[in-house]
Design a protein around this ligand. Sequence first.
Ligand code: 5RP
Length: 219
Amino acid sequence: MADHEKRVAARAAAELVEDKMSVGLGTGTTVAYFVPALAARRLDVRCAVTSPHTETLARGAGLRVERFSTVDRLDIAVDGADEVAPDGWLVKGGGGAHTREKLVASAADRFVVIVDSSKLVHALRPPVPLELLAFGLASTVRRIEAIGPVRRRDAARSPDRGVIYDYLGAVDDPRRLADALCGIPGVVEHGLFPPEMVTEVVVGRGGSAERLRPGGDGR
Ligand code: 5RP
């Protein structure tokens, strides 16, 4: 069922893309449905990708991929999420790509999140993915542990050589936690995405797609 709902959400989001747009492509299994759905529309679009895996998918589907280092804004970005809270906070980074995903989402006029219905939660819960700089890693981890427990993920480093950890403490107050994590030198990025970054969430539920704007007007 989850796979079917992911496909439904991905197809609905592909309809939001218009000719000549610049499009940010996230990472994950839901985005893996979005890429062919977008390619099938045969629009003239330019894409920025958030991972080598998505780049392979996008190029394989015939989409034009541009280096994100030369792109200063995007019309739209589309990505999955691990958790979506009712107030619009997200947890992302199940694939360890949250740093690039946050950069691409932030550059976009519209950030559209695509999920199956199992991703809607009453309140965010751990793990919250972290990308940490390898330099000074032990002292960075010690400072995070002053906030809550953290565990190194058994995963490859990010494409930017960051080390992937998971924060395992409570996420009762996401903004406070996000601020605390951002205040620790060596934390490259965390997987908490605030509602003001999210334009809308497209949820696959059964055979239909629901569009939510949990953060209000968003952008
Ligand atoms: C990768 C992500 C993904 O978007 C998130 O983990 C959801 O993945 P999926 O679509 O496979 O359920 O943040 O870093």
